[in-house]
Design a protein around this ligand. Structure first.
Ligand SMILES: Cc1ncc(COP(=O)(O)O)c(C=O)c1O
Length: 396
């Protein structure tokens, strides 16, 4: 497949925001399509017209479609999907679910570019239960070093938890190679695919992960406040849902409860139904375009952006990784990252910033504190890359 397979004019027609802003903040939140927006507003309107519970009954098919769309997207069963309010809650359900079995001396292996919220949860567990956290060293190009990972495996390793695409920079960790090591050793593998979902192809069988967390609003272009968790069926009973309600379990006897048989045991009862229906429509859209075509166009545009930014006087790129993704990180001499973001926003150009507190191990290793982040999507254009770089050049 080639990048040309995405009809850029058509996807921009479906994306009203492209007429208003130059949006290079897709790692923050992608622009929603009209289709996803319509699905959300239609359901909200129905709730206001006939009642929230009655609207949920009427939209049961559209809501169930979200599980089906995600199952197609990830190549898993619908019973392996839980809908959550964001990627953090999804990741935590898996992590704390497994962590209830951790004992002092157990080890967690992670990556140097691990996301802050995940690492904070590791630290909390380390304080509570005496587990060890070890970041697998990176290769020269920045990826988690799979050979070093393999060498670190022993009987005390109870979890491999890695961020696929970190919050900033071009890095794409070798998720499937990590999966092969985890499978061979029989160690549960939790993949944080928050920034990967909708950017690079995801297939839980090819990757070999047991748990995967994602968010709706970023590269999947769904509404805010939506996310999802995949849990491999064979692992389901090894995870104790950290919180349970009458949706995840039924109160089956006065002194007992029975867990649901599927991944929805990690959900709770009250849902942003409109948002989750919108997420399903957004995932359908990604499925229709094809994950390979999306990936290739993002790679094409981010390669152009890196090359063009490198030519701007005073700009330093901070990306690492052998085969880089759609998130480009940089700084401008003499202009603070916050000022870059705000001055571009005044011109209708969106990008964002990244601080050391989001990926402390990686950024301190590279002596970075605060940088800019420009993240492209398939609906962006070559002309927008040129305009963005001209605007950055004019800041100096
Ligand atoms: C790598 C990574 N994981 C998890 C998250 C958290 O996602 P959410 O805000 O949907 O909880 C982010 C957010 O930026 C992220 O970059």
């Amino acid at each position: 497949m080639t990048a040309k397979e995405i009809d850029v004019a058509a996807v921009r027609d479906d994306t009203p925001g492209t007429a208003r802003v130059l949006h290079f903040n897709n790692a923050g939140a992608g622009l929603m399509t009209s289709q996803a927006l319509d699905a959300v507003t239609t359901h909200l309107r129905l709730e206001s017209e006939i009642g929230g519970y009655e609207a949920a009954d009427a939209a049961r098919g559209a809501f169930e479609n979200t599980y089906a769309a995600l199952a197609t997207f990830l190549n898993c069963g619908t019973d392996e999907i839980a809908l959550m309010e964001n990627a953090t809650v999804a990741w935590q359900a898996a992590f704390y679910g497994l962590a209830s079995g951790f004992r002092p001396g157990d080890r967690i292996l992670t990556a140097e570019a691990e996301y802050a919220s995940n690492y904070i949860a590791f630290l909390q567990m380390a304080k509570k239960t005496g587990i060890g956290i070890e970041a697998v060293p990176s290769t020269e190009t920045g990826e988690l070093d799979v050979e070093r990972l393999e060498a670190m495996i022993d009987d005390r390793v109870k979890l491999i938890a890695v961020t696929h695409i970190p919050t900033n920079g071009g890095l794409v960790n070798p998720a499937a190679e990590i999966g092969r090591v985890a499978r061979a050793a029989g160690i549960p593998y939790l993949l944080d695919a928050c920034q990967a979902a909708g950017q690079v192809p995801l297939d839980v069988e090819a990757i070999g992960c047991d748990m995967l967390s994602g968010t709706g609003r970023k590269y999947l272009r769904g509404p805010r406040g939506t996310g999802f968790l995949y849990v491999r069926k064979s692992l389901l009973d090894r995870l104790e849902p950290p919180m349970l309600d009458l949706h995840g379990a039924s109160w089956s006897a006065p002194d007992d409860y029975t867990l649901r048989g599927d991944a929805r045991r990690f959900e709770n009862w009250e849902f942003n139904i409109a948002g989750q229906i919108g997420l399903g429509v957004a995932v359908d859209y990604a499925n229709a375009l094809g994950q390979d075509a999306i990936h290739q166009r993002i790679r094409h545009l981010s390669t152009l952006l890196r090359a063009a930014l490198a030519d701007v006087s005073g700009v330093t790129l901070h990306d690492i990784g052998r085969d880089k993704g759609g998130i480009v990180s940089f700084s401008c001499a003499g202009v603070s990252p916050e000022a870059v973001k705000l001055r571009l926003r005044e011109q209708g150009i969106n990008c964002s910033t990244s601080a050391i507190t989001s990926t402390r191990l990686d950024m301190s290793r590279r002596h970075l504190e605060f940088i800019n982040r420009a993240s492209v999507h398939y609906y962006n254009t070559e002309d927008e890359v040129t305009r963005f770089c001209a605007a950055v050049a004019a800041l100096g």
